[in-house]
Design a binder for this molecule. Structure first.
Ligand SMILES: *Cc1c(COP(=O)(O)O)cnc(C)c1O
Length: 418
């Protein structure tokens, strides 16, 4: 028997009124309150409805390819000489990451509400890509906002979103990046509160999004538990996930929250250094505040303005963190670490060469932590890493760091052939 936690975190989260300790809330313009309250009511009505759950599970299986495998990293574990490492292969999902889990879930909720139009915002484009795919599948109109700067530098993802039938709108305001796209998406919702659903892409934002996306992602930890049971007949000792907004981490951790014997670790983007603007480590370096509709830790400068962020991985390059993770950190239920850009890139290469798996740069932050921890643990310990995405999408970034000359030759040839 595993010791059971004294707090029933699973119930506490799923029965929330929008707050997790002091974190969370619904700080939104009054005009969209009815929209958010209707979404909240639909979510609470659906979450225990067997028909809804059956439809969700079927979509996970038929459209996304779940369940994803739990792969033992035998060579790597042996080489490190410590704990046994297992990788949850969320990168094998359709569109390449865990993001599709909550995109499917939210579109099913929107359908239940009779909505025909989905609004989303995206920075790097991965969330927009998953959203566009799910909208095409479920015959929903899809509008994606992107800061103009992101729109220009992430053209391949813009192209795929448009190919999937989405309308991608460049946002010319502010710094023309993610936070400006979020404002544009909220404005669109304010103009179309009746027929539109705002599909938010992580376990952040106003209530009900943190709990709703945790609910749609918890399949990850549920599968890990079952796969561990089948392969080893026990629970893992340590679960590790990277943290951007926190959806893949909450998805992995949720099922283990009440199992006190399982250590849960979130790994944030340490970037280039611990200086303001050079990383995206909210829990480690952020301050409490309200932004984008919720109360949590945010990266701020000395005057309380939201500061710039940096990470080699676009998916972790965000200023806020899930209010649920902020709460679990205060409770000492989830620990936080961070990994630098340099260590993350080295981790990608090591996994590729030892195990034949190219991991997303986001997930490789978690791997960097695992590479450091595993040798210090005995061989009977088990670490599971959430491989939130596959790394093919990172081609140009990874290649720039590993083989800048090859990238240059390739680009020059592509230009010549135009
Ligand atoms: C978007 C993304 C993340 C970060 O988002 P979370 O909500 O923190 O999970 C992590 N990994 C991959 C592969 C992503 O695409």
């Amino acid at each position: 028997m595993q010791p059971i936690s004294s707090i029933d975190y699973k119930t506490l989260i799923l029965e929330t009124n929008g707050y997790f300790g002091e974190y969370g809330g619904m700080f939104i313009p009054e005009v969209i309150r009815p929209n958010m309250e209707a979404l909240t009511a639909t979510f609470f009505a659906c979450k225990d409805d067997p028909d809804f759950i059956a439809e969700l599970k079927q979509a996970y299986k038929e459209f996304s390819g779940r369940p994803t495998p739990l792969t033992p990293l035998t060579t790597l574990s042996e080489q490190l000489g410590g704990a046994q490492i297992y990788l949850k292969r969320e990168g094998l999902n359709h569109t390449g990451a865990h993001k599709i889990n909550h995109c499917i879930g939210q579109v099913l909720l929107a359908k239940r509400q009779g909505k025909k139009r989905i609004i989303a915002e995206t920075g790097a484009g991965q969330h927009g890509y998953a959203t566009a795919a799910v909208c095409a599948r479920y015959n929903m109109e899809c509008v994606v906002y992107m800061g103009k700067k992101d729109y220009d530098r992430q053209r391949p993802n813009v192209f795929w979103m448009e190919t999937l039938g989405a309308k991608v709108i460049p946002v010319m305001d502010g710094s023309q990046t993610l936070n400006d796209a979020v404002i544009a998406a909220f404005k669109d919702l304010i103009a179309h509160p009746e027929d539109s659903h705002y599909l938010l892409g992580s376990a952040v934002g106003p209530h009900p999004f943190p709990v709703l996306n945790t609910y749609f992602q918890k399949i990850v930890g549920e599968e890990i538990k079952e796969e561990m049971q089948q392969q080893l007949g026990r629970l893992p000792d340590i679960c590790v996930a990277c943290v951007g907004g926190g959806s893949n981490a909450m998805g992995m951790f949720f099922e283990f929250l009440n199992e006190e014997a399982v250590t849960l670790v979130g790994v944030e983007a340490g970037g280039r250094s611990s200086k303001v603007g050079e990383h995206a480590a909210k829990v480690n370096y952020g301050k409490k505040g309200i932004f984008e509709g919720y109360y949590s830790y945010f990266l701020q400068d000395d005057d309380g303005n939201i500061s710039n962020t940096h990470s080699v991985s676009a998916g972790l390059d965000y200023c806020g963190v899930s209010p649920i993770l902020a709460y679990l950190y205060d409770q000492k239920r989830v620990q936080f670490a961070n990994a630098t850009d340099v260590d993350t890139l080295a981790a990608v290469k090591q996994l590729a060469q030892n195990e034949g798996i190219i991991l997303a740069l986001e997930s490789a932050h978690g791997l960097s932590y695992v590479l450091e921890q595993a040798p210090q643990l005995s061989k009977d310990k088990i670490i599971v890493l959430n491989g939130s995405g596959r790394g093919e999408k990172d081609l140009f970034i990874t290649m720039k760091h590993f083989q800048a000359d090859s990238l240059k030759i390739f680009m020059e040839n592509q230009l010549k052939s135009l």
